[in-house]
Write a protein that binds this ligand. Structure first.
Ligand code: PGA
Length: 240
């Protein structure tokens, strides 16, 4: 894994955005694999700024997101679809019809997971996948477990995650109990992967990812099996 250690969050976001921009410039009809969470917000802001300046053209770009709560309406402000619209899609010249997030309002979650997996595979995987990392080493909703799933699947949120996310909802009862998430194989089908990590809270997870072994106790460690992964982090997340 290549490592780019930046001085701070702003620099990490610029470096990440630069790598995504290079992919779009080299292949205007590329497939971008996108992530939600606080980590990539700065990267998205950089992409918006490049688009504003006329340096970047999203008109032929397709996007696939990693995951979505289930059940949830796309209009719900806590949905990942809403996050992507407000943090990126509404501010660049992308055709929203070419932006894909698992459908949290589908009647049959397992069928939606299978449909989404086939769809992403049909696109040939993402040309570049952006990832964050959880404090426990998760990527998307692939949490540490005895076994990990290769394909897009329905997963139950852990009690910890429900607790952590309750602050965004009116009450803990309103937090969706499940999610639809790409599996490890779906993520690893991307041609290029960048994983962003900032802040001391991510240090242990980054250390486990870089420990030199692959373990289901740190799903991000599976990225070591991929030939083109770059960790873009700040000093708090890497050096301590
Ligand atoms: P964060 O989440 O960007 O909000 O820290 C990252 C993750 O859990 O993958």
């Amino acid at each position: 894994m290549k490592i780019i250690c930046c001085n701070n969050y702003a620099e990490m976001s610029c470096v990440g955005a630069g790598m995504v921009a290079d992919v779009i410039k080299n292949k205007p009809d590329c497939v971008l694999g996108l992530a939600t969470g606080s980590t990539p917000e700065g990267l998205y802001a950089e992409l918006i700024s490049m688009c504003d300046k006329g340096e970047l053209d999203f008109s032929a770009v397709t996007t696939v997101n990693l995951d979505e709560y289930y059940p949830i309406s796309p209009e719900n402000e806590q949905s990942y679809r809403y996050f992507m619209n407000t943090k990126l899609f509404d501010h660049v010249n992308i055709d929203k019809a070419n932006t894909y997030v698992p459908d949290g309002s589908a009647a049959d979650a397992a069928a939606e997971a299978a449909r989404y997996e086939a769809f992403v595979r049909g696109l040939g995987g993402a040309d570049i996948q952006i990832l964050g990392i959880g404090r426990n080493g998760h990527i998307a909703f692939n949490e540490p477990a005895e076994a990990l799933h290769p394909a897009t699947h329905v997963t139950a949120l852990t009690a910890d995650t429900i607790d952590a996310n309750a602050r965004f909802f009116a009450s803990a009862d309103e937090v969706p109990t499940k999610a639809l998430t790409m599996g490890m194989g779906t993520i690893l089908s991307a041609k290029k992967i960048i994983i962003l990590a900032n802040g001391k809270g991510k240090r242990e997870a980054v250390k486990a990812m870089l420990a030199g072994t692959v373990s289901t106790s740190c799903p991000a460690s599976f990225l070591n099996l991929h030939a083109d992964v770059t960790l873009i982090c700040d000093r708090d997340a890497y050096e301590g």
